[in-house]
Design a protein around this ligand. Sequence first.
Ligand code: GRF
Length: 222
Amino acid sequence: MGARRVTVLVSGRGSNLAALADAAGQRDFAGTITHVVSNRPAARALDIARARGVPTTVVDHTWFATREAFDAELARAVEQAEPALVVLAGFMRVLTDAFVRRFDGRLINVHPSLLPAYPGLHTHRRALADGVKVHGCTVHFVTPEVDVGPIIAQAAVPVLPDDDEGALAARVLRQEHRLLPAAVHWYCAGRLTLHAGRVRVHDAPVAEGALLCPAPDPMWTA
Ligand code: GRF
């Protein structure tokens, strides 16, 4: 089987797109990025795609009077590249139910928190305000309700005493750049199954142990 076609939807910086494209360039990666679609004409992610020779389309949401009209055109643009998988990588528009249903089961998102904690925006600021010690990111299937779809994979990071929003965001983002390519590879390799709202990743190594933050003094961990 050849590499499966992946369309990536973006709105801004594009660091997740770059991480995914780097991974997809490696031998044995099961997906290939065949199309990048942005709702913002000035998104830096578009330059990242172009620099790698990936075809791009802009569907600017400001051209449309309604969310439904925008999503209909977006869906048309996405369908053109016949993707096996559609990835939201920093795509900052809430999608209509109609769009989500159309791509049901082949639409995934990377979100900068350990869902179901902190759906929505400003996740790092909210985590700091709550004083949590562990934060992270999630890759999940997209369902009509925002940030609640079945979880494929998560990565946890410690929240350190001197963290500000930028420091914490950067620590989480490094994990997004590992987690998203892994999830895309698993999907494209046919290694994900969904049953009763739980995603199983087949043949994935089991992570042993736990992240404890702050780390206990050595006398308890010997
Ligand atoms: C990421 O933190 C992603 O989780 C969130 O928006 C950010 C996009 O960053 N949805 P980038 O455009 O991939 O650099």
